[in-house]
Design a protein around this ligand. Structure first.
Ligand SMILES: COc1ccc([C@H]2[C@H](O)[C@H](O)[C@H](C)N2C)cc1
Length: 448
């Protein structure tokens, strides 16, 4: 291995209570809200095909025009209690809010910037009421913070000369001040979700990102921060130059999921997902495929089955309301989570051989394993192959709390025969197992 001063400081996952809590929550809500919701992907009658929150970088959007939008930001229909109620009904256990996206506009009245909500017609802090409402609903809040800041005069993508380096230093002080300010104003937050850390100016100062992470931990012990914050002294990101994960969880799964457990290398990880193909901020015209409830449920269940968290993104409108598609999605997901969320929360990789019908999720630290069935075979028979020396002692269909009698095929293999092959949503079956050889305990029919 290469001697690194600013690489990973820990091998393996964090085992403290704050990280165990983050891991147990499994399902989060991302919220991208800011000035970009005003143009909503359109300008002068033209439609921007990129991600709505990137519209300032669109050639058809004059920077001066975008930079005046804050004078119109007035979310008169903002209702944080309603937002939190919607997230609670959906079954989300944590929420990540954009405090400041790449455009540099702050949703809180930061004393380190003039480009904040205080300068808008709304004037008032948006983060405080949101954090309070979500915490009251029993939902943890994490703060998204973009290092890239298109508005700040001292932001440099790269440091080409002494003047750039001086500006870069001033900018680092600004970042440190804003982050400390956020922790001081909102002491109940559980973590930071950093973004915009790919420019050379950041990548080439691994020492600063390392010191910053340690500084934030010292201000707020237990803070959970993913792998996007840091670079090591050789410019490696997410994984240091020895291939070791930096930060508390792998944060690279953006609009994509690992395929197998091998892809996660034993690390904690989190996937963040958009409802349309690629829109985080509010876009008036969603183009391309819009994911359905069952598609989202499959991504959530697959993530948990591979030891990860899954975060679904919402993009509120400029007035503070949600579009119909997102309201309906939240309600539909919540419908299923009400009955089946027990299979998601505290869920972990089961260690069973993957089958085509869907995913296994182990209730962490127990002998209870849930089957979440998405693909019922035409036979209606679900093959279950247990690990060696694991006996099956009980099978219960969650819906209706119905006991099922599996067919024992011999050794550690069973079939679970479903009577009803028609279902509009994923079917959840609870398997009770115990150590020991499988033998005919009379709880199964003999193979015909
Ligand atoms: C260059 O490709 C990018 C850069 C940044 C992103 C940002 C999105 O604006 C959103 O905030 C997402 C979480 N983040 C990775 C997405 C793709």
């Amino acid at each position: 291995t290469i001697a690194l001063k600013h690489g990973a400081h820990r091998i393996g996952n964090r085992t403290d209570a704050d990280m165990a809590r983050w891991r147990s929550l499994r399902f989060g809500q991302f919220i991208h809200w800011g000035l970009y919701a005003i143009p909503a992907g359109e300008w002068n009658g033209k439609t921007y095909n990129g991600a709505a929150e990137w519209i300032r970088s669109w050639k058809e959007m004059p920077h001066e025009a975008y930079d005046q939008l804050y004078k119109q930001f007035n979310p008169v229909n903002f209702n944080p209690q309603q937002w939190a109620a919607q997230a609670k009904a959906m079954g989300a256990k944590y929420m990540i809010i954009t405090t400041k996206h790449h455009d540099g506009f702050c949703l809180w009245p930061s004393k380190y910037s003039k480009y904040t909500i205080a300068a808008s017609p709304w004037k008032k802090d948006l983060l405080g009421p949101m954090i309070d409402a979500y915490n009251k609903a029993g939902i943890d809040v994490h703060l998204y913070f973009s290092i890239i800041d298109w508005n700040h005069p001292d932001y440099r993508a790269s440091l080409k000369n002494a003047a750039d380096s001086a500006a870069g230093k001033r900018f680092q002080v600004f970042v440190k001040n804003q982050l400390a300010e956020l922790l001081q104003r909102y002491p109940t937050v559980k973590g930071f979700w950093f973004d915009g850390t790919w420019d050379d100016s950041w990548k080439n100062d691994g020492a600063f990102s390392d010191e910053l992470e340690q500084y934030l931990q010292s201000l707020h012990p237990g803070l959970v921060m993913g792998s996007r914050l840091r670079a090591d002294e050789k410019g490696a990101r997410h994984f240091d130059s020895n291939g070791r994960l930096m930060g508390d969880y792998e944060q690279g799964w953006e609009r994509k999921l690992p395929a197998t457990i091998a892809d996660v290398h034993g690390n904690d990880w989190e996937a963040v997902m958009t409802v349309p193909e690629n829109q985080w901020g509010y876009h008036a015209k969603w183009m391309g495929h819009v994911k359905t409830v069952n598609e989202i449920l499959e991504m959530l269940v697959k993530s948990v089955s591979l030891n990860g968290n899954f975060v679904l993104n919402f993009g509120p409108k400029a007035d503070g309301t949600y579009r119909t598609e997102e309201q309906q999605l939240a309600a539909g997901i919540g419908e299923w989570m009400k009955v089946n969320g027990v299979a998601v929360y505290d869920g972990a990789y089961a260690g069973f051989e993957k089958q085509d019908w869907g995913y296994y999720i182990r209730k962490a630290g127990t002998d209870s394993v849930y089957m979440v069935v998405f693909n019922i075979p035409v036979s209606g028979s679900l093959r279950v192959k247990l690990p060696a020396r694991t006996a099956l002692t009980g099978v219960t269909m969650l819906q209706g709390n119905t006991a099922l009698t599996p067919e024992w095929v011999g050794r550690n293999e069973y079939f679970i025969h479903l009577q009803n092959r028609q279902t509009a949503s994923p079917v959840v079956i609870l398997l009770k197992t115990e150590k020991g050889e499988n033998k005919d305990k009379g709880n199964v029919e003999k193979a015909k």
